[in-house]
Design a binder for this molecule. Structure first.
Ligand code: GLC
Length: 726
């Protein structure tokens, strides 16, 4: 009998277990929202920035941070406590006083080409957000780098939709593994900071779908973000946060997105945004008025269609909270092991550092170097971090905060902040027995004098950038180009370490022995840089963005709107700034260089190693509509290393093109060979037809690349025409 009962129990539980979890979440969310009163439904649709600035107070129950939206306690809907951002729990000028793990910048994360690194980094910062009481992390920055001078280039991952989508999806997945919601942002086409609230991006539907929107589509498919943050800019004349094409047609109808769209802070232009797809008003004290309060309530009271829309808005929010388990696993303050967590930041930076030049194996530094001179970049103090809402600082805040002057509420946020990781100390720890001297580089004569007597010179150069403002060009500021030129002229064994948010031009390049791009290196950046310089780590980063030889090579040699002297907040005094992305269309970055046959300083995907690799045997197989690429990578050098197989589409049914269609990073011991297999996303073999993805059919050519500019002989296959639903 007992056996019978247990079998029965088993069957029943198995039957219950078979309930579709997704359907269950939908049903639960719908039931919760229908049990809400009209006021409760409205309550979850807006909330203030929870910081004591601009005359605001921190609301009751809020953790000081980007935002707070009260939940519905009686129905188990948790308060929504929001923090920025993609690189860790934001410092917000020290208002909370608690530090967090600062991952290296998005450019460094993008340069890893390794989703595992992004997932681990996301898991780490998501855990810290939760441990600080936040259940929403405003992360997932995934705008394509169309404008390398963009002030937020440092925050984003790459210029390519596949690389960006795969990496941001992994980061979001890591964050949400902590039962908190991650956003993906800024939707969409927010490609520059100058005049960001007034830029009106002109772009065709096809070009948008094949580039920026594809990055979001892949990121949403692979990361399942609970929320999408719409952006400040206009797209084809309509604000992104009230854009029916972006929010309803593309995101919710074509892609079937079931989460919620939150606005950027102060990004609404009216209550009609709700009817055009926006679900939640963020930072509501920054809007001209509170739209998703009384004005929306009045519309809903008179119009059942609006009332139904309000229920849909609330349901999307509640559904996402259920989907990550934020209701059943409430975020609560718990201790954080910052030391342990810093390992994730260090590992990411080690894999994100890109070796750009290495003449006569100047690197890794030999232990024989007796006198090392380290110059500039505040390398005796800290490592540079990008400014704006995404800025993270460790315990105790920045090691150094240089004011950039200016007054107004953003002045503090606009400082040039260095995180507490000291490259000079890390170099000294690695350079056993050598004499390591530091010169601050303020005077060229002083730096040159010191350089003359050195066995090797390591010169650090910094390029600060911030949300809200774009860079005027890609040169190194504060006369660093002249400093590097003079030092490298005085000592050819000069190694340049760049701490930059964006690509930089390098007029001194030919005079240097080696160049390392360390980006904004994060809370263990000094240690990671020294580990690479001394060969403890073999560099494996590959550029996630093209380094132009000159801004004249770009689709827009001058940043539109930059002459309007917009302030930090992207205000232009109301002047709308047309920005024409149809110049390049979906040919962003390396695709533009391929189309214009321009030669960049360093191409997308470029990166050297301390060992050598052989990449060969590309095979393309078409079976049942699925296209698979295979190749083998071999380490033919004497050091362990990691290589990235890059497969590019080079011809599409007779039309020359260049699109990254697959990549895979592998660790290889000396002599080791590994085969990599990549299933190609069919959308990358197609063009947007206006209603679906059309693979025109014919002969398609693919090539294995060391980077976007060094491609092997192509392999061609016939691919049948087909149409893919969006
Ligand atoms: C900012 C940023 C956005 C951030 C938000 C909250 O303006 O554009 O990325 O999440 O406001 O700080």
């Amino acid at each position: 009998m007992k056996v019978m009962i247990s079998l029965l129990a088993l069957t029943v539980s198995a039957g219950l277990a078979k309930a579709d979890p997704v359907k269950d979440i939908d049903a639960r969310a719908a039931a919760t929202v229908s049990a809400m009163t009209p006021d409760e439904r409205l309550q979850v649709l807006h909330g203030p920035m929870a910081l004591p600035i601009f005359g605001s107070k921190v609301p009751e129950g809020a953790v000081p941070g980007a935002g707070f939206i009260p939940g519905v306690k009686r129905l188990g809907v948790p308060n929504m406590t929001e923090s920025d951002a993609s690189l860790g729990v934001a410092w917000v000028g020290g208002l909370r006083g608690d530090g967090a793990t600062a991952l290296p910048s998005g450019m460094a994360l993008g340069a890893t080409w390794n989703p595992d690194i992004l997932r681990a980094g996301g898991a780490t910062i998501g855990a810290e957000a939760r441990a600080k009481g936040f259940n929403i992390l405003l992360a997932g920055g995934s705008n394509l780098i169309r404008e390398p001078r963009g002030g937020r280039t440092f925050e984003y991952l790459s210029e390519d939709p596949l690389l960006t989508g795969i990496l941001v999806g992994a980061s979001i997945d890591g964050i949400q593994s902590n039962h908190i919601v991650s956003t993906i942002k800024h939707f969409a086409l927010n490609g520059q900071e100058s005049g960001r609230k007034f830029d009106d991006v002109k772009i065709s539907d096809a070009a948008a779908r094949e580039s920026d929107l594809l990055a979001f589509e892949i990121g949403i498919e692979t990361g399942h973000p609970g929320s999408v943050m719409c952006s400040y800019n206009l797209v084809n004349g309509v604000k992104a946060c009230g854009n029916d094409y972006l929010l309803n047609k593309v995101l919710k109808q074509d892609w079937g997105y079931k989460g919620w769209v939150m606005s950027d802070w102060g990004a609404l232009d009216g209550v009609a945004n709700a009817l055009n797809g926006l679900d939640q008003e963020s930072g509501d004290q920054l809007d001209r008025q509170l739209y998703f309060g009384k004005p929306l309530a009045e519309l809903a009271a008179k119009d059942p269609k609006v009332a139904a829309r309000v229920s849909d808005m609330a349901t999307r929010i509640v559904r996402s909270l259920y989907a990550v388990g934020a209701d059943a696993n409430p975020a609560a303050k718990t201790p954080i092991d910052l030391k342990a967590n810093a390992q994730a930041a260090e590992r990411a930076e080690k894999e994100g550092i890109v070796l750009l030049r290495n003449v006569d194996k100047a690197l890794p530094l030999a232990a024989t170097a007796k006198k090392i001179v380290v110059i500039g970049g505040y390398a005796d103090t800290g490592v540079l971090s990008g400014a704006g809402s995404s800025q993270v600082q460790g315990e105790g805040g920045p090691a150094l905060l240089l004011s950039n002057g200016g007054a107004g509420p953003f002045a503090a946020l606009m400082g040039e902040a260095y995180q507490r990781s000291i490259p000079l100390d890390a170099i000294r720890a690695q350079a056993k027995g050598a004499k390591v001297v530091y010169r601050n580089g303020r005077y060229i004569t002083d730096a040159v004098e010191a350089a003359k007597t050195a066995d090797v010179v390591i010169i650090f150069a910094t390029q600060w950038s911030t949300e809200g403002l774009d860079l005027p060009d890609l040169s190194l500021p504060r006369g660093q180009d002249a400093l590097i030129d003079a030092v490298a002229s005085a000592n050819p064994k000069t190694i340049v370490v760049l701490e930059s948010g964006s690509p930089v031009v390098m007029p001194w390049l030919a005079k240097t022995a080696a160049v390392v791009e360390a980006w904004y290196p994060g809370i263990r950046g000094g240690q990671a840089i020294a580990s690479v310089l001394f060969g403890e780590t073999t560099p494996s980063g590959r550029l996630p963005v093209t380094f132009p030889a000159s801004v004249d090579q770009l689709p827009r040699p001058k940043v539109d709107g930059s002459d309007l002297e917009p302030d930090f907040g992207g205000e232009t005094g109301g002047t709308v700034v047309p920005v024409n992305y149809d110049i390049e269309g979906s040919d962003v970055g390396y695709r533009w260089f391929a189309r214009t046959h321009a030669t960049p300083l360093f191409p997308f995907g470029f990166g050297l190693s301390y060992t050598e690799f052989k990449r060969e045997g590309l095979k393309i197989e078409v079976k049942g509509g699925v296209v698979t690429a295979r190749a083998s990578l071999q380490n033919i050098g004497s050091r362990p290393g990691a290589d990235v197989a890059q497969v590019y589409l080079t011809n599409m049914a007779g039309k020359p093109t260049e699109r990254l269609v697959g990549f895979a990073k592998v660790d290889l011991a000396p002599g080791e060979t590994k085969e990599v297999t990549m299933t190609l996303d069919p959308r990358l073999l197609a063009n947007w037809s206006g209603k679906d993805w059309a693979v025109s059919g014919g002969l398609y050519s693919f090539a294995l690349g060391a980077n976007a500019a060094e491609l092997q002989a192509p392999v061609s296959v016939k691919i049948a025409p087909r149409h893919l639903k969006p």
